[in-house]
Design a protein around this ligand. Structure first.
Ligand code: AKB
Length: 320
């Protein structure tokens, strides 16, 4: 479903050293060629080495402006941001990076045409007021974390720039993302990734949320295919200009441990909930993503069992 904008332009990924950025970059390079992709971050990791890497601090508007102009960028995946748990340690910085960074990207994008922007929102836009099960697109947005607040504001900014300036900006409310290439950093859903690394290395894990904590999650291949599908579809198919609910599958921490035990029978888990439990408890358990399904044909491929098998296979192969 490649369209002409993607085929003919340079694509910028901010936050490219992060969990999603590193795998999105590889897939973009595979689809469009290394020379079409420019990756940026404030730190460089192994995953970002193959592609043209440039330091870029998204809170520096003049730098973003120069960067986008000099490299003739027409598509931006703006992934740079601070996640929920780290966000609570430093709300001022989280506001500045998440909200200030997004505004800079939107301002720069507004002044260039044609331009298409992707920005990730999150299930963290919801708070305890939203229904826990099958939380809907229009359920109340009352987050209890600064991260969630920046995501709500970000969604409204996306909608505003789209409505007022006609900017083509598209967004998804990601659930927790599970991946085998780059570890997440600073999120509340990180246990669902750490548990695999610990199970394979030490056969034991201390989980920072309780056994019965259920959260919406998604496997990285689905996250990448959903993100690229949204970005590649014709604009006429997009009816939500804030951010689309997006679901993979939901499970409790205990169910994940049981699934891992099917592959590693002597795996042992203990539960020591910390401050992240409160954040997890404020989020939905499952998400209704019918708008994404109806508008642009979203359908995830993985469930708990196929994701677990694939994760263990990939991480075990790397260990040996
Ligand atoms: C986090 O845990 O902060 C993120 C998210 C759900 O947005 N993974």
């Amino acid at each position: 479903m490649k369209d002409s904008l993607f085929a003919s332009t340079r694509i910028l990924v901010t936050g490219a050293s992060g969990q999603i950025g590193s795998e999105l970059t590889s897939e973009l390079a595979r689809r469009y060629g290394n020379d079409k992709i420019v990756v940026s971050d404030i730190k460089r990791t192994e995953a970002a080495r193959a592609i043209s890497f440039q330091y870029l601090d998204v809170t520096d508007k003049a730098a973003v402006q120069r960067f986008v102009k000099d490299r003739d960028i027409q598509v931006i995946f703006h992934l740079a941001g601070i996640l929920s748990a780290t966000g609570e340690m430093n709300p001022e910085k989280t506001w500045s990076v998440n909200t200030g960074g997004l505004r800079n990207i939107l301002d720069v994008a507004r002044d260039r045409t044609p331009m298409r922007v992707f920005w990730p929102s999150s299930i963290a836009v919801f708070g305890p007021e939203a229904p826990k099960i099958n939380t809907q697109q229009e359920s109340p947005l009352m987050p209890r974390t600064i991260y969630g607040v920046t995501k709500v504001v970000g969604e409204l900014l996306c909608d505003y720039y789209s409505d007022k300036y006609g900017l083509d900006v598209r967004s998804l409310r990601y659930p927790g993302i599970i991946s085998s290439e780059t570890l997440p950093g600073g999120g509340t859903t990180d246990y669902a990734v750490e548990i695999f690394y610990a199970a394979i290395k030490d056969k034991r894990y201390t989980c920072f949320v309780s056994k019965n904590t259920i959260l919406p999650m998604m496997y990285m291949p689905d996250c990448i295919s959903g993100t690229l599908r949204l970005m590649e579809v014709d604009l006429s198919r997009i009816s939500i200009r804030t951010s689309y609910n997006l679901a993979g599958f939901s499970f409790s921490a205990g169910e994940l441990a049981e699934e891992i035990k099917k592959h590693i029978p002597d795996f042992v888990i203990e539960y020591k909930p910390d401050f992240r439990q409160k954040i997890a408890d404020s989020w939905p358990m499952s998400i209704d993503d019918s708008f994404a399904r109806k508008d642009w044909g979203w359908k995830p491929s993985y469930n708990l069992s196929s994701m677990t098998k694939d994760m263990i296979g990939k991480l075990s192969a790397r260990k040996s």
